[in-house]
Design a protein around this ligand. Structure first.
Ligand code: JCF
Length: 705
């Protein structure tokens, strides 16, 4: 990542741009990984992107996007399994990579808790298993269900499969009435090799690595297949509990162990960052001889009372982190550079590589980001890789860090073939021939063809039918692409006339290859089922740049109905005036996103296509946010000394209840919480007639007293 402008040096404008780029890259990576079960970039690369994103957000909190990758956890639920809503959300972990960051992690926790550098603070450290997480729910000692993490809130029901895993007890003795045990399903190296050999002999599917093998094996619709796969399970956490397991993390792990779960024998307690780091190195040294894949070491605050106080950010606990092992590198030949055109017209260069194994995974594609990256410059025009450009025929270093899209980190000029020419980045779209334009301040060149570009049209359609959007059963990326190529579906509205046009008469869907009477009629029914659609899903499905799932939710809740939303976008078109200001007033909607939506509605062809679609649908109104906490929607200011919590704890708690926390008192302030020593703010609040309460009254108000 050294090639990129360090986060500390980014200007605000660059940061905004970079956050947009990272959101795009991570969305692409996520889709590639989850839709195809075949990662394109490594875990570490993926982590590096997420980390950079988080770093920029930390420096410029106001630029955080409503579709921020920081708010995503894992994959949406796959089709085919029932869904289980987790009683307690399943979390992922923040990552750190460098030794010094362990000290920062410790310092951050101390600051949050108001502890001094010399106060004792114990952590646990354990290997981070590279498998997939699973939540097991026991009621009265019986396993009642098992669910994958899914998106953290809702997972897949894999109970029958989990029952076939030897390490997972079906009954427990002496367990709390309700006990959700969380841990990692994984496959050992030996079992993985044997499985792949067996699969190859039978002409079956072989797996890229043990993690994919474990995921593929657990997510079998037929449990008898899972039974034949040698899966294992380590327990390391818990969800809902009817009574506490212990007062410490280590105590809880021991309790899980005595209940009959496998827990990792390398789990230890450490007093402070130096001991954590020493254990990290000890585990790193044993990594190759463990017999299963690990990708780092997990650190947790040992005291569960402190864990409770530390709480969570949106998807990760403050009391834990994963210290990842460094990325893996390999050298290979760059055989070609292809250009892919995305949904928003972005031309993305993809490196086609002579296949090479990087950290156990065969890599044949890598991202080259954009034209400047190929040239040896970052998006600011600053020199990267000492200014070396990348050419077809070069000997290049591939970098994989984790699990999603590998990238080219370096090039060896001493091996450059004489005939190698600088890469000429196309200025026309390779898919439709339209001019490809790079706008001021955009790192990316984009096809200007809009809907006439088949690549954009197809990508837009794929997005339209994807999981967070219309999610039409039987109409996935493959089918949409086929229908597009046949001229049956050119835009989303055409999906809803498919039955009328191709259900009967000369061109019948059921007579086409791959389709029969039943599947055709099921498809038409599935399409009809989606004619009624929540407003947020419709907005998201439109595939407007910068408008992700959470932004769509914000817009839907703000405008309430399709008619109101559509009218407002039209009225905001001059990018000024009341409707424009109203759009910008939505918390979480920034200027870039606002501009993007309004412009989409202002483009005649696009607007016509949206109107044709809306005419086919019955759009459900969105519920306006309801005040479900006494401080929801209120602007709160804390001042003076707080005695029962630190300032950041108070802020996080207030925000989790829907309040907005501000640093200064103004006419917009609804409530001032003043501790001893409150000065000018209390005075100002009194002048403005703003309600002022003390810490105890605040705790009583929010029900924490
Ligand atoms: O080993 C792991 N992959 C692992 C993942 C271990 C842990 O202790 C975890 C985790 C994910 C979340 N703990 C949490 C809270």
């Amino acid at each position: 990542m050294s090639q990129e402008t360090p986060v500390e040096q980014l200007t605000e404008a660059e940061a905004r741009e970079e956050l947009a780029r990272l959101a795009d890259l991570l969305a692409v990576a996520n889709r590639a990984y989850h839709a195809e079960d075949a990662p394109q970039i490594s875990d570490a690369e993926y982590d590096a992107l997420k980390r950079r994103n988080a770093g920029i957000e930390a420096r410029f909190p106001s630029l955080k996007r409503s579709d921020s990758p920081s708010d995503m956890v894992g994959a949406p639920v796959a089709e085919g399994f029932g869904k289980i809503t987790h009683a307690v959300r399943m979390l992922s972990l923040d990552n750190l990579f460098e030794g010094e960051e362990v000290t920062e992690f410790d310092a951050r926790i101390r600051r949050y808790l108001g502890l001094g550098a010399d106060d004792p603070l114990t952590y646990t450290a354990e290997p981070k298993i590279d498998g997939l997480s699973l939540s097991l729910r026991y009621e009265n000692g019986e396993l009642v269900h098992a669910a994958t993490r899914g998106d953290g809130a809702v997972g897949e029901n894999v109970t029958e499969n989990a029952r076939t895993i030897d390490d997972i007890p079906v009954t427990l003795d002496g367990a709390p009435e309700v006990l959700e045990v969380r841990g990692e399903v994984y496959m050992s190296h030996a079992d993985f090799e044997a499985l792949n050999t067996r699969q190859a002999e039978r002409g079956g599917k072989t797996f890229a690595n043990p993690r994919n093998a474990a995921a593929g094996s657990l997510r079998q619709l037929d449990p008898s297949i899972t039974r034949d796969r040698p899966l294992r399970f380590f327990a390391y956490a818990w969800g809902a509990l009817s009574e506490p397991l212990s007062e410490t993390q280590m105590g809880a792990i021991k309790r899980l162990d005595s209940l009959g779960f496998q827990t990792n024998p390398l789990t230890v307690t450490c007093d402070g960052p130096a001991e954590l780091l020493a254990h990290y190195h000890a585990i790193e040294e044993q990594r190759a001889t463990l017999g299963y894949d690990i990708d780092g070491v997990v650190y947790k605050v040992d005291d569960l009372g402190l864990q409770r106080r530390l709480g969570f950010r949106s998807t990760t606990p403050r009391w834990a982190t994963a210290h990842k092992f460094p990325a893996e590198l390999a050298w290979t030949w760059l055989e070609a550079i292809d250009i892919q055109v995305g949904r928003t017209g972005a031309l993305s260069p993809v490196a086609r590589l002579q296949p090479v194994t990087v950290g156990g995974v065969v890599v044949s594609n890598a991202t080259l980001h954009n034209e400047d990256y190929i040239d040896g410059r970052d998006s600011k025009g600053e020199v990267i890789r000492d200014g070396k450009d990348i050419r077809v025929g070069d000997w290049v270093q591939v970098y994989r860090a984790g699990d999603v899209i590998p990238k080219i980190a370096d090039v060896d000029l001493s091996k450059r073939p004489e005939a190698a020419q600088p890469f000429a980045f196309p200025t026309t779209c390779p898919e439709c021939g339209s001019e490809a334009i790079r706008e001021e301040g955009d790192a990316v060149r984009r096809c200007s063809g809009g809907l006439i570009c088949p690549a954009q049209a197809i990508e837009k359609l794929k997005h339209f039918v994807s999981r967070g959007a219309f999610d039409i059963e039987g109409l996935g990326a493959k089918q949409v692409e086929q229908f597009y190529r046949d001229g049956w579906i050119k835009e989303p509205a055409d999906i809803f006339t498919l039955r009328d046009h191709y259900g009967s008469g000369l061109q019948q869907l059921k007579n086409r290859e791959g389709w029969g009477e039943k599947s055709a009629s099921n498809l038409f029914d599935a399409i009809d089922e989606r004619r009624r659609i929540p407003l947020a899903k419709l907005i998201f499905a439109l595939g407007i740049r910068h408008v992700g799932e959470s932004a769509s939710g914000l817009l839907a809740r703000h405008y309430g109905s399709w008619a109101a939303f559509e009218a407002a976008m039209g009225a905001a078109e001059p990018l000024e005036g009341e409707a424009w200001d109203d759009l910008l007033s939505i918390d979480g909607v920034g200027e870039v996103m606002a501009r993007s939506v309004v412009t989409a509605f202002a483009q005649e062809a696009e607007r016509a296509s949206i109107d044709r679609l809306a005419a086919m649908l019955d759009v459900e109104e969105a519920a306006r946010p309801e005040a479900d906490s006494p401080v929801a929607g209120k602007t709160v200011v804390f001042t003076g000394t707080l005695e029962k919590m630190t300032r950041s704890e108070a802020k996080a708690r207030a925000e989790s209840l829907g309040a907005k926390v501000s640093g200064s008192v103004s006419a917009k302030t609804d409530l001032l919480v003043a501790g001893p020593g409150a000065g000018s703010k209390a005075k100002k609040a009194a002048e403005l007639g703003i309600e002022t309460i003390d810490e105890d009254a605040w705790l009583a108000l929010i029900g924490d007293a």
